[in-house]
Design a protein around this ligand. Structure first.
Ligand code: UDP
Length: 320
């Protein structure tokens, strides 16, 4: 199979590229290195089945040609990370909406299978955990930029499902829940790489709010496995799937774990949300996926638990 990954030099994309190559597929990556990095794909360059192009998905002649040569398109290129979204809302909306629009339009010409990466963020402020794919989305007001990300991804979902309904373009939508692992950078605000970097440097671990908010973290290898299973399953087409792990932890308990794993020298400090992001910032108290749909269809069950994830991330930071 020829796989084409937009955002393939990013955190999830580079792990996906690696797994597909290991499974004997050919992989082409397109990335503009906005949040991705060459170092993420450095180790893949020598592989005969690997090819990369540094460009934007909005360069349509390039995009069209790469889609033409593919059997399946994984559209992972997006503006990600709450911090980036709050700081650059115009860029977030334009990248996420326009990027998906051009990918779907070109994929439609020859009806190429497209996987659209969405996010658990689309469930918004809903407290109806665990979140099921058919649940209502509860977004905050448009004056709070955090919700622009959820809304941009929800539009991507609507558009992909519209292409399926109206033009029979095969699409699969995946909603990622706090994907973590080696190569994820803390630069865009993600909590685990931030804490690990702080812990290893002996700096204070910065917990936002009071730390009672909870998240369920999923190992990137489990996410990549889910993606591979879904594209091999014809009944996944036209459907939306949660991809994550149901093991939950509060951010304060996470900070304590990371502190202990990184030498125990760091203190844990709390920072008000207003200071961490922007005035009036709204966070969600809990975010847990309901995995019934994906587990019934393709037998997906995450294998790597939080302790193992943290050990692998700490190892990675120690090596780099
Ligand atoms: N967070 C934190 N300290 C940090 C970075 C993030 O306490 O240095 C919190 C953040 O406010 C959120 C949770 O950790 O409640 C997860 O944040 P992340 O950005 O990783 O993912 P999100 O779930 O917000 O998409």
């Amino acid at each position: 199979m020829n796989a084409f990954i937009t955002g393939g030099a990013g955190f999830i994309g580079s792990h996906l590229a690696e797994a597909l190559l290991a499974a004997g597929h050919h992989v082409t990556v397109l990335d503009n290195l906005s949040t991705g990095a060459m170092e993420n794909i450095e180790h893949l360059k020598a592989h005969p089945g690997f090819r990369y192009v540094i460009d934007s998905v909005t360069n349509e002649p390039v995009l069209a040609e790469l889609i033409d040569g593919a059997d399946v398109v994984f559209h992972l290129a997006a503006a990600v990370g709450v911090k980036l979204i709050v700081e650059a809302p115009v860029h977030t909306i334009e990248t996420n909406v326009h990027g998906t629009e051009v990918v779907l339009r070109h994929a439609n010409k020859k009806k190429k299978l497209v996987v659209i990466a969405s996010t658990s963020e689309v469930y918004g402020k809903s407290t109806d955990v665990p979140f099921r794919e058919d649940a209502d989305l509860v977004l905050g007001p448009t004056t709070k930029h955090r919700w622009a990300y959820a809304c941009s991804k929800a539009i991507d979902e609507f558009l992909a499902l519209a292409y399926w309904k109206e033009k029979k373009l095969p699409v699969i939508i995946v909603r990622f829940f706090n994907t973590v692992g080696p190569r994820q950078t803390g630069r865009y605000g993600m909590v685990i790489p931030n804490f690990v970097r702080q812990g290893l440097a002996g700096q204070p671990l910065t917990v936002h709010g009071d730390g009672t908010q909870r998240r369920s973290f999923c190992y990137v290898g489990d996410v990549v496995e889910a993606l591979q299973r879904l594209v091999a399953e014809p009944r996944a087409v036209g459907e939306v799937f949660n991809v994550g792990n149901t093991q939950e932890i509060s951010i304060m308990a996470l900070a304590e774990k990371v502190r202990d794993l990184t030498g125990g020298r760091s203190e844990i400090v709390t920072i008000p949300y207003d200071q961490a992001y922007e005035a009036g910032f709204e966070d969600m108290p809990r975010r847990v996926p309901d995995l019934a749909k994906i587990s019934h269809l393709v037998g997906y069950a995450p294998e790597v638990g939080l302790d193992e994830i943290l050990t692998r991330v700490v190892d990675h930071f120690q090596k780099t």
